[in-house]
Design a protein around this ligand. Structure first.
Ligand SMILES: Nc1ncnc2c1ncn2[C@@H]1O[C@H](COP(=O)(O)OP(=O)(O)OP(=O)(O)O)[C@@H](O)[C@H]1O
Ligand SMILES: [Mg+2]
Length: 507
């Protein structure tokens, strides 16, 4: 029996999904207060600024503070890995845990759900999809009066009613920090951040009368930019603060070729990342670049499976650990499983390095193979006591699975893989109620014709079942018929049996 065509959130997900802080949050009391105030006056507030300046951290803090106001939930939607604008509304709906089995558009499902609710959506990293995000946000805000949106983007969305807040770097006071001052560090928030991260790198580190002036100078040289400060503080494992400042000065002088102009913030950011990269060993550099093929976060076994034979030999865990020590990778624990994540700015840098080495197609195909295998194994062992675990594993790999399918669609030799992955997720699409998304991938994989392969036949069957479950009988019938023809051409006349699909479609 087809489920009813209404959207409802998965149980236990009504209040939101704000992630836990992965490291301490520093300062920003003015920006937090101001952004909250603006959010109470304007239903769309966009935090803009340079990569790594702290937009996401600030937005999360504001959203957490505002949770009480938004009685129907506060939702964090990470858009950084989404490349296909057509999937935008679906991605938001999936994050909200909305299951909808009908053929209605994800946008109308969202409108229906949000119309009478008091909800905050935090749309993180909109810059690469500014136009489509702006269009969706405008439609949602018009139709859902209890909805507010807090967006982060390197550029504004550019729609009426948007309040733009430029996120400044952390404050660095002109006066060198006087130490020790545990509560309110006089060197400004930048020095406080440096101190915290330095303590994580070198447990006994403290601001003292001797080192505080140097620390304040380092932070001033880094213009209060949080990401460069974190990367620099991680260097204290190997250098004293004086050495750190000296080397930083040398680098900056080199950057401006000795003239008196100060580098732009963008240049400072780039320089700090270059510097971190240069100080990595060959193996760490290779791994940093190669990890950029993953999307979202990644587990160690996937790293081993995809990059182990690619010049990052030896004990991979050691190299991963040193990238964590250097603040290039963030270690996260989700349901007792350890995963690794890279900040966007650092991943983009890794991607560029990978491209500089040549076409990374072989690596991307290994990424594809690893995730295809994951899907096929999950499907083979679907029935069993570990099914719930498998579903949540596939859930945590969504970004990588989408990345793999997206790659396959642009790589003709991978066409069959796209069909196998999208069809292999059959049970997953069903238990998660993601019929629309499943059909979307299947339709794209099947779009350009191609020979009547087993993969094609199976993908059509799955497509047909998903359409039938959505009560889209015409589409289900077409897919089932096509599946039958593919099977007929492979097996000879009269022997085609497309099983479930045709049966469901005929109902
Ligand atoms: N107020 C803060 N307290 C502690 N850490 C911070 C703060 N602001 C930023 N950071 C740290 O600096 C790094 C960059 O911050 P964040 O990811 O928020 O930047 P962003 O502006 O969102 O960057 P992007 O444009 O690349 O998404 C992160 O590691 C973050 O934890
Ligand atoms: Mg961000």
């Amino acid at each position: 029996m087809a489920p009813s065509a209404t959207a409802h959130p998965l149980r236990g997900r009504e209040q939101g999904n704000l992630p836990e802080d992965v490291s301490s949050f520093v300062g920003r009391s003015f920006e937090v207060k101001e952004t909250r105030r603006l959010l109470s006056e304007s239903r769309l507030v966009t935090l803009t600024g340079l990569g790594g300046v702290g937009k996401t951290r600030l937005a999360l803090r504001v959203a957490r503070d505002a949770q009480r106001t938004f009685t129907d939930g506060t939702w964090f939607v990470d858009l950084s890995e989404l490349h296909d604008a057509d999937q935008l509304a679906q991605a938001v709906a999936s994050t909200l845990g909305l299951q909808d089995w009908s053929v209605r558009s994800p946008q109308s499902v969202l409108i229906d759900h949000l119309a009478d609710r008091r909800t905050l959506l935090l749309l993180d990293n909109c810059e690469h999809l500014v136009g489509p995000v702006a269009a969706l946000v405008q439609t949602l805000l018009r139709a859902c009066l209890g909805l507010s949106v807090l967006a982060t983007s390197r550029e504004p969305l550019g729609i009426g009613g948007e309040t733009v807040v430029r996120v400044p770097p952390l404050t660095v006071s002109a006066e060198p920090a006087r130490a020790p001052a545990p509560a309110d560090v006089p060197g400004g928030d930048a020095v406080a951040l440096f101190e915290q991260r330095a303590r994580a790198a070198v447990p006994g580190f403290r601001l003292t009368a001797e080192n505080s002036a140097t620390v304040a100078r380092i932070c001033a040289r880094l213009e209060g930019l949080p990401l460069p400060i974190e990367l620099a503080a991680a260097r204290l494992r190997a250098l004293s603060v004086d050495q750190l400042l000296e080397r930083l000065d040398d680098r900056l002088r080199l950057l401006t070729r000795g003239d008196r102009t100060t580098p732009s913030r963008q240049q400072t950011l780039r320089l700090c990342i270059d510097w971190s990269y240069d100080l990595c060993t060959d193996r760490e550099q290779r791994l940093w670049a190669r990890l950029s093929v993953f999307a979202g976060s990644v587990a160690l076994d996937a790293i081993e499976g995809v990059v182990a034979d690619d010049g990052v030999d030896g004990d991979l865990l050691d190299v991963v650990t040193s990238l964590v020590d250097k603040s290039i990778l963030i270690r996260e624990e989700v349901d007792a499983a350890v995963r690794y994540r890279m900040l966007d700015t650092l991943r983009e840098y890794g991607r560029q390095r990978l491209r500089d080495e040549g076409d990374p197609i072989a690596l991307r195909r290994r990424h594809r193979d690893w995730y295809e295998d994951l899907v096929l194994r999950a499907q083979r062992d679907w029935i069993g006591s570990r099914q719930v675990e498998r579903v949540s594993k596939l859930e945590s790999e969504q970004s990588n699975l989408r990345e793999a399918m997206e790659f396959c669609l642009g790589d003709p030799p991978s066409a069959a893989s796209a069909m196998r992955i999208a069809a292999g997720l059959y049970e997953f699409w069903i238990v998660r109620g993601r019929f629309k998304e499943g059909r979307n991938w299947l339709d794209r994989a099947l779009a350009d014709g191609g020979p009547p392969t087993v993969e094609r036949g199976e993908a059509m069957c799955v497509d047909s079942v998903l359409a039938a479950l959505q009560q889209d009988t015409p589409a289900a019938t077409v897919s089932a018929e096509e599946a039958r023809q593919v099977a007929g051409r492979r097996l000879g006349p009269g022997r085609a049996d497309t099983g479930d699909a045709a049966a469901v479609a005929r109902r």
